[in-house]
Write a protein that binds this ligand. Structure first.
Ligand SMILES: [Zn+2]
Length: 100
């Protein structure tokens, strides 16, 4: 069954199984390329919030939200503050053990 979908980027209606319309697929690809490149350079040592990531990459927050929902970006760069805190806590714990 063919259904018209609303493009996640520009909001125009289109008929396809993809997440965005055909004219936005190229922009999506460019943003994803930018995002992947940034994550590779940034590494996982300094997790950023989504807002920081949006500023650093120039990708719109609403598109970033969509990308970060993808499985390949799970926990790669942007982590919730709670996860960062617990990771730091484990480091401190290890350091403490070494000192003792
Ligand atoms: Zn579009």
């Amino acid at each position: 069954m063919i259904e018209a979908r609303k493009c996640a980027r520009c909001g125009s209606l289109y008929i396809s199984n993809t997440e965005v319309c055909s004219s936005c697929q190229r922009k999506d690809g460019a943003d994803l390329y930018k995002l992947k490149g940034f994550i590779e350079n940034q590494g996982v040592d300094e997790p950023l919030t989504q807002g920081e990531l949006a500023m650093a990459t120039g990708i719109l927050n609403k598109n970033l939200t969509r990308f970060l929902g993808y499985e390949e970006f799970q926990g790669v760069c942007v982590q919730p503050k709670a996860v960062v805190a617990s990771a730091e806590g484990m480091e401190n714990l290890n350091g403490g053990t070494e000192i003792v």
